[in-house]
Ligand binder design. Sequence first.
Ligand SMILES: Nc1ncnc2c1ncn2[C@@H]1O[C@H](COP(=O)(O)OP(=O)(O)OP(=O)(O)O)[C@@H](O)[C@H]1O
Ligand SMILES: [Mg+2]
Length: 537
Amino acid sequence: MTELIKINHLVAETDSDILFQGDNLAVRAKDVIGIVGRNGAGKTTLLNILKSTQSNQSNQRIVWRLAEDDISLIEQEVESFQFEETNFSNQLRKWQKKQAFETLSGGEKLKQRLFQGIAKNKPLLMLDEPTNHLDEEGVDELVDILKKYHGAVVIVSHNRYFLDQVATKIWAIEEQKITSYEGSYSHYREVRDHQRRTQQKNYEKQQKEIKRVKQEMKRFEDTSASAHAQSTKQEGAKEYYRLAAKRMDKQRKSAEKRLLKNLDAYGVEKVEKDVQIAIDLQTDVPRKGAVFIASDLTKKFGSKTLFTGGEFTIQSKEKVAISGKNGSGKTTLLNILLGEEKFEGNLWRSSSNKIGYLSQQVFDLPLKQTVAEFLAINDEQKSIVMTMFIQLGFQASQWYQQIEGLSMGERTKLKLLGHILSEKNLLILDEPTNHLDIPTREELEEVLSQYQGTVIFVSHDKYFREKIMSREIVIENEKIITKSEKAAPKKESDLTKLNFMKDRLMSELSTQIPGSKEYLKTEQEFNKVVTELKNID
Ligand SMILES: Nc1ncnc2c1ncn2[C@@H]1O[C@H](COP(=O)(O)OP(=O)(O)OP(=O)(O)O)[C@@H](O)[C@H]1O
Ligand SMILES: [Mg+2]
């Protein structure tokens, strides 16, 4: 198949370190490549290198690359956007809105950009995290159009379900290396887990062998030492013992040589643990009672009505998910709760609310400040905060980095860290998992479900939503509908959850020692999940 891009060798660097390297990378005419890796691994950098000859962040031996003009890149986030009319059109034209870009919702902004980027119909389409902000319907429509796309597609994404539907090849950036895997994302996970398990087994075998060799050498040394001692003690037969000791020395040396050679054959490295993320959320435990009471709440933008007659109460310690399609008014409702948006009707707010707000956008941080300046930590707190910072997956050297240079996921983490530090009792989170890598999402899920304060959040990630929420408020057909309690999980979401658990347990197994107590425990859980999955089928 025609190669659009062919790279023999590639090294990308930051100021102080290698970001990643890769060999023999090729993008072929009909490839759909999914790029995966943790936050800050260099996924966006890789897209930029693939796209532009101007990229000076890297050393590269590029054999062939199509002209920059033949590539359409849809960036992760942009502050402003100019829509250009194209001759092409497709089923996504309805995503185009004739409205000032700044006033569009997060999902509407992205849809606008996706439509334009895809409609250009270039031989190579590159998408940087295209499903953040998208509602479920939007994701399905995107999958559909990508499946029909005539050219090659390269996608950076943390969304496993999306990747599984479109990608035919995976480039994983792990431990500063790009590795290419043929097949789907799930297949990549299986291969990776299998490789890790095999490596772990071989590593253990090797460690056992090293132990055995060491013991054997010690035995040789002991016998030879005692033979030498005998040879000086034994009068009369001295010469006989001296020769015997010498023979033993020789035997020992050749045995050592043989043993060491055996060891060389192994050289298995220890399996690197998957990145572990830890978030430690402090809370100022809220008082009992309501935190918000709304009645007859109405919001319109000009002639456009978002909702009318909204009635709801949110109690302290509740975990409320606000759901709805793109543009239904979720962010606007959060802004109303925050007191930052006008409305009609009544809204009462508790005066004891200490709100931590995570906005949907990533440009509201002081981009010129360094992390240290932004967090403004005194010397006393520094070591604790530094530990949290590293537990979130940052490098210590990033402490003095300007926020401008942080990846989108890292910016989100930095905002979260800001809230963790100041004790809040009410968190308002607008799509907190956007841009976050999988380990961080899982940890955030865990932490929020244990959190003692009140949480009001928006998320298009069904699994995340169901894990955290105790109640759902849906904006639908211009109404705010409150659901009384958590709906019983549907079969489909059970399946998602179980598959997800299976994934997680499998990767745990790959780092545990077979036969060990923890391994047996994980294995038991794993078998349980597999049985449950079978029952659902
Ligand atoms: N200043 C404005 N003028 C006109 N329309 C606006 C303005 N601000 C927001 N809107 C519109 O109001 C609707 C609701 O926006 P909002 O940001 O609340 O949506 P959302 O539910 O958060 O969507 P998403 O899931 O995409 O984040 C959108 O259709 C948006 O285009
Ligand atoms: Mg929104």
